[in-house]
Write a protein that binds this ligand. Structure first.
Ligand code: FES
Length: 262
């Protein structure tokens, strides 16, 4: 039987017996997250340029309201301008924040705890996820239920992106490059969401004899095959959500022209 030599951690923060460039992965994750957080926060606070023709940015969908509700000024500090994105982004945001893959990634990249496998960490004790604040991570399953609803909403948005208003009223069927961008979005998000570890446990993880439940076994196999590429889909879907918003925003601002395919 083959074996792998795993160098043991030694010393304090950042010390390791590893000879490879172990810092590249956490650095790339750090920069990737930073770029997305900065852009999505900026885009969510704009409150404009989130639609173009039948396109709606995924950062603003579902569009619950377009102007501030009456309670806004009494609850929210005056320097925060209302944006519809603020009403909905918390749900997919917390789904990603509590994702098992992302936890492993940002615990390393942002908290250095540890910076990477077998690399010395800054703390002497393990806090675990059974106490506040990290016990909150266990809510992931409930955010999964919300995230699944968002997949269907975004798929419906992609469908609506095929229907263009015409002068005089009514709509005609048409496909623009933005339509294709919006179709790819729920596909990638679905590939990420339906490969969730919590969903895998829900559909089959508690069964002792999977072979006696053929339907559950098929679902479990589907989730498992997506789960194998969970990290890949996590990053692809994150990038594509941002890109979809960029595309629609650029078209709405008149900087890019949407290519109408037919
Ligand atoms: Fe990543 Fe659930 S574990 S989405």
């Amino acid at each position: 039987m083959s074996s792998i030599d795993v160098p043991l951690r030694r010393g304090g923060f950042g010390q390791t017996a590893r000879k490879d460039a172990w810092w590249i992965q956490p650095l790339a994750v750090f920069l990737g997250f930073l770029a997305f957080i900065v852009y999505s926060t900026w885009a969510a606070m704009q409150g404009k340029n989130y639609t173009f023709g039948p396109y709606l940015s995924p950062m603003y969908s579902p569009l619950l309201m377009t102007s501030a509700p009456s309670w806004w000024t009494s609850v929210v500090p005056s320097f925060i301008t209302f944006s519809p994105a603020m009403l909905i982004l918390w749900a997919p945001g917390l789904f990603r924040f509590t994702c098992y893959y992302y936890r492993g990634a940002y615990y390393k990249a942002w908290w250095g705890d540890p910076p990477n496998c077998t690399v010395g960490e800054p703390r002497k004790t393990y806090w675990g996820e059974h106490k506040f604040p990290l016990i909150f991570q266990n809510a992931h399953r409930y955010f999964l239920y919300l995230a699944i609803v968002f997949i269907f909403i975004l798929a419906y948005d992609a469908w609506k992106a095929m229907w263009w208003e015409v002068p005089g009223g009514g709509t005609v069927f048409g496909i623009g490059l933005g339509t294709l961008v919006m179709i790819v979005n729920p596909i990638l998000l679905g590939s990420y969401t339906f490969g969730c570890h919590s969903l895998r446990h829900l559909v089959g993880g508690r069964l002792d004899e999977m072979s006696k439940k053929p339907m559950r076994k098929s679902c479990y196999d589907c989730v498992s095959s997506l789960n194998k590429r969970h990290m890949l889909f996590a990053w692809m879907s994150l990038f594509w959500v941002g890109f979809t918003d960029v595309y629609i925003r650029m078209c709405a601002m008149g900087i890019w022209s949407d290519w109408r395919i037919f």
